[in-house]
Ligand binder design. Structure first.
Ligand code: SF4
Length: 272
């Protein structure tokens, strides 16, 4: 089986936010464990040898993994293009400065510029409220490649974010529909479901926009969970392989369903 060129590695389960649409809560886990640095290195080595070129560290919130900087440094050392997708709460000038030359891309999640809307979504933490303009200024001051992710949902579906995207100078703006995933967000899904996804896309049309409908999001991502297993969502819930720590990538791939045509259709290959 051919492996995708990019992978999202969800290295931790916990998050300091509680977005109601979150597809990666891992509430279906029966084991609570965190991968060690050594286990992550084993997995990264296997994926690189199998031909994966770009790794995105996600979560939960990846910055809650204490050795994230060492993991990114190792991934870069063995030849990956490196990326994180974060809610932005923990990004500091000091951290960004220390990761230069090791981390290539920073993806931040921005659903709304309105604090009341973010509260309704659950995109809030007990930390200081995020100023997204200041956040992109900070990231751009270190000249990282910037990606912004937005999930269109019942609370932000009428928003116009294009001026902010212009301001941010993001290379990619990924706009997702709300995707129901059993065991992840089904308890609160109806509460957050978007009804105006197409109108949002038409209203916010931007050259950097990459649109992901629910169909395109299904089976089109190569994903690793916080226990070190491949997983996918073609059955409306997560299906997990055996652990990559003790098994070959090929064996794990044979246990899940991936759709390469959708990976390409959703713009999975681009100049990274
Ligand atoms: S910030 Fe990301 S990982 Fe955390 S709850 Fe929201 S969508 Fe999920």
């Amino acid at each position: 089986m051919k492996i995708f060129e990019t992978i999202s590695f969800h290295i931790v389960k916990p998050c300091n936010m509680s977005c109601k649409f979150c597809y990666a809560t891992f509430e279906d886990f029966t084991v609570n464990k965190q991968l060690s640095y050594t286990e992550i290195v084993i997995i990264l080595d296997k994926l690189r040898e199998a031909g994966v070129e770009k790794v995105t560290f996600a979560g939960g919130e990846p910055m809650l993994y204490k050795k994230l900087d060492l993991i990114i440094t190792y991934a870069k050392y063995i030849g990956f293009t490196t990326s994180i997708i974060t809610n932005g709460s923990f990004l500091t000038s000091r951290w960004l400065s220390s990761m230069k030359g090791k981390l290539d891309w920073i993806g931040i999640s921005v659903d709304s510029l309105n604090s009341e809307t973010n509260k309704k979504i659950g995109r809030v933490s007990n930390r200081e409220e995020l100023d997204y303009f200041a956040l992109v200024d900070l990231i751009n001051s270190y000249q990282y490649k910037l990606k912004i992710n937005t999930v269109v949902n019942i609370h932000n579906q009428k928003e116009y974010l294009t001026d902010f995207i212009n301001y941010s100078r993001a290379s990619r703006w990924k706009v997702f529909d709300t995707l129901p995933v059993k065991g992840q967000n089904d308890k609160q899904f109806e509460e957050i479901r978007s009804t105006e996804f197409d109108q949002f896309v038409a209203r916010n049309n931007h050259f950097s926009m990459v649109v992901e409908t629910n169909d395109l999001m299904t089976g089109s991502y190569l994903l690793v969970d916080p226990l070190g297993r491949l997983f996918e969502n073609t059955q409306g819930e997560h299906t997990y392989s055996s652990s990559l720590i003790n098994n070959s990538v090929e064996d794990c791939l044979s246990q899940i369903t991936l759709r390469e045509s959708k990976f390409i259709e959703r713009g999975g290959i681009y100049k990274w």
